[in-house]
Design a protein around this ligand. Sequence first.
Ligand SMILES: Cc1cc2nc3c(=O)[nH]c(=O)nc-3n(C[C@H](O)[C@H](O)[C@H](O)COP(=O)(O)OP(=O)(O)OC[C@H]3O[C@@H](n4cnc5c(N)ncnc54)[C@H](O)[C@@H]3O)c2cc1C
Length: 387
Amino acid sequence: MADYDVAIIGGGAAGLTLTHRLRGVNDRRGRPLRVALLEPPPGPHTPVPRTWCFWEPPGGTWDHLLAARWEDLSVVTADATHRSEAAPYVYKMLRSADVDSYVRESAGEHVDQLCSLVTGVRDGADRAVVETGGGTLSASWVFDTRPSEPPPGRTRLLQHFRGWFVRTRVDAFDPGAAVLMDLRPPQPENGVAFGYVLPLSRREALVEYTEFGREALTTAEYERALEDYCGLLGLPGVEVTAAEQGVIPMTDARFSTRAGRRVFRLGTAGGATRPSTGYTFSGVQRQAAAVAGALERGRVPVPPVPHRRRHLVMDAIMLRALDTGRVRGAEFFGGLFAANRFGDVLAFLDGGSRLPRELAMGLTTPVAAMALTTADQAWYRLSRGRA
Ligand SMILES: Cc1cc2nc3c(=O)[nH]c(=O)nc-3n(C[C@H](O)[C@H](O)[C@H](O)COP(=O)(O)OP(=O)(O)OC[C@H]3O[C@@H](n4cnc5c(N)ncnc54)[C@H](O)[C@@H]3O)c2cc1C
């Protein structure tokens, strides 16, 4: 049976990031860690190629692979366009296929890239065993990124979306400026609907229609919403060159990254998704960095849930307020971006803000509805604690 220091199950955002992070990490004897990266052959388990957007200060691990970057952002409401610099951040887009090729090509000899469907994982005191269609392997540490049902929570919404890569015949976009949220599409009863526009050149962009709600739409419904949204943008009859579609669970469930003594969950399965936004990629970066750091120091490499506890509490309140309809999503997000510096809002949404600023920002949301939902959440937690 082949034996590794680290086995990574799944070559998506989390698996690829961790593989990349482990370059140059040695074991206690100074030898590069032996890593197995397991990804099944193309089929029902493999996700379709996608784009990963995130924001971070200028410079960054993936900068040389970026498909696009924007320093100028807008949020559009029914009454106004709020335009701002993204500073101190840059909003960035990666294509999953580019990350995949780069990580795999630069992985080095100490990484075995195995094309195998994992069928089981057995934890052990000293080693864990990974079972695949083609045999078994053992590893000191296993990081499992396979998608799994999130643990039960009180509120569960879906961020569901479809995007079109569009091409126009004449210049229609500013490649340095992205529309982060356009709240003008018709709003659902509960939750929120918005479009966004991420230009790739003067004549190409990713135009997406997104909802936060309980149920995803059919492809035909997304197509209609996208046609309407392109009409709203003054882009009727654009050429659609490709599409991406997805669903990201937004939940107040508490995730655990520890699945055994030697087995851990990472990525979406390990709570990397920020509940209030669905953004996952930057949480994955923090988890992978923490794991690599722990392995370097010879510690037990338990991935952190990469969000602060107080942010998860705030997100749970926001999700509840949206789901109960106490807060109208367009009003909430429009008000937040209208009344605050974009950089501050982005800092909060990615865990980089401080409490005083967060409290001040809280006052720019519908205060009565949020206070009522805070009390409702506190009572729920208290009563569950007592049960
Ligand atoms: C279309 C789409 C767009 C998104 N865009 C963004 C974005 O812009 N920004 C952002 O922050 N987040 C985004 N997300 C959310 C999140 O970042 C992505 O879903 C991301 O790919 C999650 O990474 P992951 O590694 O946890 O899971 P995945 O990337 O889904 O990787 C899981 C891997 O496990 C493999 N696997 C599954 N079963 C097995 C098995 N039995 N054995 C071995 N391997 C297996 C799969 O093949 C896959 O490669 C998006 C999600 C979707 C669906």
